[in-house]
Design a protein around this ligand. Structure first.
Ligand SMILES: Cc1cc2nc3c(=O)[nH]c(=O)nc-3n(C[C@H](O)[C@H](O)[C@H](O)COP(=O)(O)OP(=O)(O)OC[C@H]3O[C@@H](n4cnc5c(N)ncnc54)[C@H](O)[C@@H]3O)c2cc1C
Length: 394
């Protein structure tokens, strides 16, 4: 009998998990027949079938990317690998992970991988849901921001973020919001209307007076720094300050802190202080057998404070989880840990910076690339093209 494996979610973590779990990473269309003949596992993925390439969402501001270009139908990728696809949402997980409940039915498994992504603390600051937009909620919300922005001839724009620090690392989207601020500046300049807008950047997670390369990039663009600021609530037309006064804003782009989704709270999963799946250094959900998680849905064991939730970290975590699941399915102990690394290119369209930090001090790509250069945009575009080609055709 083949072992039954269920994967929940079709984001970065799940797709990287599949890549590292199967014997080979690429499956051109003819390889599907070989996998049908030879496959040790019966794999099912439960999700919505649409992969979203989030790193390109900030580029909606400049028109370089849009909903269509960041959304990939993932079903052919699964078919090539002979993975069954169930178009549904998981509503509960029971029996220590062995039973997965969806509206389409109940599925049993021998091993479970969870790549269900984040939820956002939208109730943390009242008015977040009603009066702010976010690139983190996906293409539709970013489209709404871009469309509303297009109706303004002049005005005050606020961008900001908050981090959930309860699990001791960066459970929030800081870098992405800095990127949005710089791309917004670029887009308004290109339109010839930058002087008609005030752009503010706020976060209670940054100390007033903070310095550094990112702050320098914001200052160069005349973005007003409201470091240390957190509104009491968001309202129509702006934000309410602690003293009850109104801080006027015509439009707000804001990323709340990251936590675990309702499924994490409702199911039989271990939950961390910050509300995420409590995962150990091998990617195992603590206290459960053959249940693994990676990506933005899980916390870390002993993380460095600076490590963020990133597609890049989802990849490193999914690789370890895949190797460990293979071992545990054979009755062996998990041995593969993952590295902590922050690595991303911040695209400002007229400039770019490679943001990098690694627990073991290793530089990205043996320091082959400059830390700051407009040429990095081409490199970032190439990563995107190669990855999306892989998902579509290999
Ligand atoms: C604007 C923006 C820019 C970014 N830029 C970068 C960057 O430049 N570099 C970088 O490394 N990272 C970047 N990131 C972060 C990166 O996108 C995330 O870390 C990554 O998407 C996490 O992958 P994931 O698989 O954990 O979650 P996701 O990609 O969010 O995928 C979660 C999946 O789970 C599914 N799902 C959720 N709940 C259920 C359920 N109950 N049942 C079934 N399916 C479910 C969802 O539909 C989705 O398919 C960016 C993020 C944003 C928002």
């Amino acid at each position: 009998m083949k072992k039954k494996l269920i994967i929940v979610g079709n984001g970065f973590a799940s797709l990287f998990f599949i890549t590292f779990f199967l014997a080979i990473p690429v499956f051109p269309f003819f390889a599907r027949f070989f996998r049908k003949i030879y496959s040790r596992y019966d794999i099912t993925l439960i999700g919505n079938g649409k992969f979203i390439y989030f790193p390109a969402i900030p580029e909606f501001l400049t028109g370089k990317s849009n909903k269509e270009s960041v959304t990939i139908d993932i079903r052919p990728f699964l078919r090539r690998r002979n993975i069954h696809f169930v178009d549904s949402m998981v509503t509960d997980i029971q029996d220590g992970g062995r039973t997965v409940v969806t509206k389409e039915g109940v599925f049993k498994n021998d091993a479970l991988f969870l790549g269900i992504g984040p939820a956002f603390l939208k109730d943390d600051i009242p008015g977040t849901k009603e009066f702010t937009y976010s690139p983190c909620y996906g293409p539709d919300d970013m489209d709404k921001f871009v469309n509303k922005l297009a109706t303004l001839d002049a005005g005050i724009i606020y961008l900001g973020y908050k981090i959930n620090k309860k699990d001791g690392f960066v459970a929030g989207r800081a870098g992405q919001m800095y990127e949005c601020a710089c791309l917004l500046d670029y887009a308004l300049k290109k339109k010839g209307v930058r002087d008609k807008f005030e752009i503010h950047f706020f976060s209670s997670n940054i100390a007033p007076g903070e310095t550094g390369a990112i702050t320098d990039r914001l200052r160069e663009r005349d973005i007003i720094l409201d470091y240390g600021y957190e509104p009491v609530k968001f309202v129509d037309g702006g934000m309410i300050n602690e003293d009850g006064s109104l801080r006027k804003a015509d439009i707000i782009l804001y990323s709340p802190g990251i936590t675990g989704s309702k499924l994490v709270q409702d199911a039989c999963l271990p939950v961390s202080t910050g509300g995420q799946i409590d995962v150990d250094q091998y990617g195992q959900a603590r206290g459960l057998i053959n249940v693994f998680a990676a990506g933005d849905c899980g916390n870390h064991e002993n993380p460095p404070q600076w490590v963020p939730h990133q597609a890049h970290m989802a990849q490193l975590r999914a690789e370890a989880a895949a190797k460990n699941m293979r071992a545990t399915l054979k009755g062996d102990h998990p041995t593969h840990k993952y590295r902590f690394e922050l690595s991303c290119i911040m695209n400002m369209e007229n400039d770019a910076m490679w943001m990098h930090m690694a627990a073991d001090g290793k530089p990205p790509f043996w320091n082959m690339f400059p830390k700051r250069s407009k040429k990095l945009i081409k490199l970032k575009d190439t990563f995107e093209r190669v990855f999306l080609f892989y998902l579509r055709y290999l």
